[in-house]
Design a protein around this ligand. Sequence first.
Ligand code: SAM
Length: 221
Amino acid sequence: MKIDVLTLFPGMFAGPLDESIIKRARAAGLLDLKIHYLRDYTHDRHKTVDDRPFGGGPGMLLKPEPIFEAVEDLAREDTRVVLLSPAGRTFNQAIAVKLAQVEHLLLVSGHYEGFDERVRERLADDELSIGDYVLTNGALPAMVIIDAVTRLLPGALGDETSAHEESFSHGLLEYPQYTRPAEFRGMKVPDVLLSGNHAEIAKWRAEQARRRTQERRPDLL
Ligand SMILES: C[S@@+](CC[C@H](N)C(=O)[O-])C[C@H]1O[C@@H](n2cnc3c(N)ncnc32)[C@H](O)[C@@H]1O
């Protein structure tokens, strides 16, 4: 999979995308990730990317010209262009699964008060929010989406089953998990998990997942 990111803050991406599973996925050639600096698509001396909103109001907006030029330069036939915006539909595991099947993803990250509306109208295939709060720019949302998508790429996780068993993969939260010791500070691992009875363990886990979802996230049921 190829992911391009357009941002005003390329430096923010160093670190999170150079560690752990994403680092390995990149090294193994599963993910071809490139970060592009929006100011590289400007032509004036000051590398201007923003301007005041027509009609007045606080703050600055990202101008359309550099974003159009960048997207037209980076996009191919099969590219999915995603704007990052608090006004987008809320990103979730089902969207991550769909995006992991895309050949080329172009994430367009905003800043200031956001984008000139014509960027949305003409360039965006989708607009995603990572939650109902406002961040200073789209770099963190882009990294959240890259992380969630990359771990779903075939071969990215060491144990292929782990992405199928965890929270949200069946519309439920994950069941409680334990490792050794079987008793720690008086807290015991449920007997069923030590029983070796795989059918009973599967039944217990299914019940626990449903109960936990009912208690914490009934909206998922
Ligand atoms: C300060 S925000 C702009 C907020 C905008 N004025 C609004 O009210 O929707 C600047 C940029 O950060 C990014 N951003 C902030 N919060 C986000 C969120 N929850 N999800 C996705 N992107 C977000 C977007 O790219 C946005 O253009």
